[in-house]
Design a protein around this ligand. Structure first.
Ligand code: DIG
Ligand code: MN
Ligand code: MN
Length: 386
């Protein structure tokens, strides 16, 4: 039961199970693993895919010969384990050169370097089989708004993404871009802070059809938002190209906890949504184990992410099949068709009919809404007593 299978499309970044436990207030608590060791760890726990930033795999100062050897070894590990590479991305946030951003840096040479670095990282990702390319602009932002005009910053961001879309088209790559929003950290304020901002930005691009979003649970929770509602917005716009699953409470720093471990009811509604709409993309766990964990506990962390998803998937099916739930939902959404004429949008006939209608507000306000009963059933399904 709850054993991960390739069809579940569970993936982890090299940086997730490879996280060494460093935090802003402490040194590493775990020895670093090589990308090859990480691939074998992921195979051991039953993952389907592995993702990477360019420099998770190839150190920023590697020589071309070192790069080729690293890629050869990595490809051999993929072949030996059957692990695939669904997504790749660029590290545009660690090196000091990006201290004031990459694509939105005030220095045109840094912006040009970021573009060049991303071209090379896209080539690497495609070489390893990635079909989704994520852009998380961790350094694209400000601490002081005196330093950067947001309109100019967004123009630079737009020009970079447009250039890179044109490159992918010119190369004939089978690759889609996914923008990953985050409200802050490491920058005081990060551009494209939420799913809504990213969706609005995509509409201004030269090739919007190539660009979607990669929502992350922790990032929307940092902003105190309902993650499932943001995911629904993206899905409705045909832009849910990828998703970063993890967890944390609202209003905290980016904790990247094990999926479902902090707000299981929110995680339930997310899994129910993804399964109900038939989401076919990766279930990527952008999360890491507690700093206090050793690698055996890191494996428990990874297994926990996948098990919790599968348990909640089963709970969602139980909810959908529950007779009382179905009876309550039918009553809650009862519609005798009186106002179905409004479903076709505006017309003179619809206008006349609506104008001629009298409404008994007091009677309407008496509608039964057994939401407490429905939510209690939801909770009891989650608590395993139903
Ligand atoms: C952080 O949430 C970001 C980086 O880890 C990476 O660029 C992206 C891909 O999942 N998520
Ligand atoms: Mn995060
Ligand atoms: Mn992420």
């Amino acid at each position: 039961m709850y054993e991960p299978k390739p069809e579940h499309k569970f993936s982890f970044g090299l940086w997730t199970v490879g996280n060494v436990g460093r935090d802003p207030f402490g040194e590493p608590t775990r020895a670093a693993l090589t990308p090859v060791q990480i691939v074998h760890l992921l195979a051991e726990v039953g993952a389907w895919g592995v993702n990477f930033h360019d420099n998770d795999l190839v150190p920023i100062d590697a020589t071309p010969a070192q790069r080729d050897q690293i890629v050869r070894d990595f490809k051999a590990a993929l072949a030996a384990t059957g692990i695939v590479v669904p997504m790749a991305t660029t590290n545009l946030f660690s090196d000091p050169v990006f201290k004031d951003g990459a694509f939105t840096s005030n220095d045109p040479a840094v912006r040009a370097y970021a573009l060049q670095k991303t071209l090379n990282a896209i080539d690497l990702g495609v070489e390893l089989g990635a079909t989704t390319y994520v852009f998380w602009g961790g350094r694209e932002g400000t601490e002081s708004d005196s330093t950067k005009n947001p309109l100019e910053a967004l123009k630079r961001y737009r020009e970079a993404i447009n250039f890179l879309c044109a490159y992918v088209k010119d190369q004939g790559y089978n690759l889609r871009f996914a923008l990953e929003p985050k409200p802050n950290e490491p920058r005081g304020h990060i551009f494209l802070p939420t799913v809504g901002d990213a969706l609005a930005f995509i509409a201004t691009l030269d090739y919007p059809e190539m660009v979607g979003v990669n929502p992350e649970v922790a990032h929307e929770h940092m902003a105190g938002l309902n993650f499932t509602h943001g995911v629904a917005m993206a899905h409705a716009a045909g832009k849910l190209f990828h998703i970063d699953l993890n967890d944390q409470l609202f209003g905290r720093y980016d904790q990247d906890f094990r999926f479902g471990s902090m707000m299981p009811k929110q995680a339930f509604h997310l899994v129910k949504f993804l399964e109900d709409v038939g989401y076919t993309g990766s279930r990527h766990f952008d999360a890491h184990a507690f700093r206090s964990s050793n690698y055996e506990d890191v494996k428990a962390f990874a297994r926990g992410c996948m098990r919790t998803y599968l348990i909640l998937k089963e709970k969602a099916a139980q909810f959908n099949a529950d007779p009382e739930v179905q009876q309550l939902l039918a009553a809650i959404h009862a519609d005798d068709g009186t106002f179905s004429y409004l479903g076709g949008g505006y017309s003179r006939e619809a206008l006349a009919a609506l104008r001629a209608t009298g409404f008994d507000r007091a009677a309407l306000a008496q509608r039964d809404l057994p939401y407490e009963r429905l939510d209690q059933i939801t909770l009891e399904i989650l608590l395993g007593v139903r």
